[in-house]
Design a protein around this ligand. Sequence first.
Ligand SMILES: Cc1ncc(COP(=O)(O)O)c(C=O)c1O
Length: 400
Amino acid sequence: MTAISKRCSAMQASPIRKLVPLANEAKARGISVYHLNIGQPDIPTPVGYWNAMKDSLPDVLCYGPSQGLLILREAISKYYSRDGITIDTDEIIITTGGSEAVFFAFMTTCDPGDEVICFEPFYTNYNGFATMAGITLVPVTSNVENGFHLPSAATIESKITDKTRAILICSPNNPTGTVLSASELDTLSSIVQKHDLYLLSDEVYRDFVFDGGSHFSTLQLPGIEDRVVVMDSISKRFSSCGARLGNMISRNKKLMEAALKLGQARLCPPTMAQYGAAWIYHHLTADYYTNIQTTYQNRRDLLIRELSDVEGTFFLKPEGAFYATIKLPVKDADKFASWMLTDFDLNGETTMVAPAAGFYATPGLGLDQIRIAYVLSDEKMKKALMVLKEGLKVYMETVN
Ligand SMILES: Cc1ncc(COP(=O)(O)O)c(C=O)c1O
């Protein structure tokens, strides 16, 4: 039989979705499953999004510009000016989700065989895009004990080789909820200058920073304007995962010209969704952002309250996004997460979490950790965590 490409054969299936068949089987047995496993926000998409699309209904649903509609790029530029960040509309390319922005960032900065340093645990889909681009992600491990903050500059630099082209960061972070401090970003800035690298910065959770903190963007770092590539998305910020809209931002003109060629190859990002996104970027007030941030922060607090009394669990307070990577007293969190779906229910309910090992590149790390996405209402979160705690208790007594 004709072979499947080596590239696709090498690509891993998404660890976030890997337990889905078990969840489906549990549902088929009549069990309701609380989903704390996937970063799908439950907050309603702003109604203005739908109205703006209806108001823009064209006779023919045409291709748009490869760079994205100007009204959306203007709206994004205005959104950044809120934080005192000046971005020209030509420094933005609209992408099909933040996912495509990650792919464009890899493709424009690296050649096949090149290396990108990233901090594990990391958003697992980076692996797929790295494989597509033919590059190697070189992990630097961060630890649950210090809240997954960056290791020393020397540790990071020890991973740099003559193939290294970039350092990839994600702050606020998926899967850990860690927000890098201005001083951590300064350290990275010095490293990329010293070693002539790009800094690829995934900022899709930039509006979710808790406890009165604010997001410090890599776009604000002086002296490395040409090295910074930001990847962003409307998926989380506007609860619009299905819109498939994101953007890539760089002040490096040559890099943006290269990205535009990639954009032209795929013709254009989704046209209708751009009208909706432009409207919400333009019209949502500070209240909107404060409300979603408060909602997720309250859920984060609930998570801490519910799990703090569970013996053997450990995590530091997540500082942003809507995730926590939690160390459990189990030997194999993959087995525990599967068992919750196959063997456990509390009055017909169970809870699904993501085993964290899939977010690590180094084999054997994160085996006793899970990632929780706190994307359910307070009431559902309480129940989901109660079921999880009870499941963990039974598992520790009978299986572990
Ligand atoms: C860190 C991070 N980057 C990028 C993405 C991709 O987002 P999008 O839905 O815009 O493709 C996600 C989605 O979960 C994410 O968590």
